[in-house]
Design a protein around this ligand. Structure first.
Ligand SMILES: [Zn+2]
Length: 67
């Protein structure tokens, strides 16, 4: 069994509190989310960038079983 911990320890990286998730190559959903994140970044829409990161992270968890 895994020893999962849900402690709320402080972030180590101060400049990047939540690192953006990486899309899985070859996955169209990942690609779509990554593209929308790039688009949002290019127009400086921070809330959309955050939305895309959240969506991509959730997708990675549910579809790819990873972080
Ligand atoms: Zn994917």
């Amino acid at each position: 069994m895994s020893s999962e911990q849900t402690t709320m320890s402080g972030p180590v990286h101060l400049s990047l509190p939540s690192p953006p998730p990486d899309p899985v190559s070859g996955c169209r959903e990942c690609l779509g989310l990554a593209v929308s994140r790039v688009n949002a970044t290019s127009v400086g829409d921070c809330s959309k960038v955050s939305d895309a990161n959240v969506a991509l992270r959730a997708h990675l968890r549910s579809k790819h079983g990873g972080r």
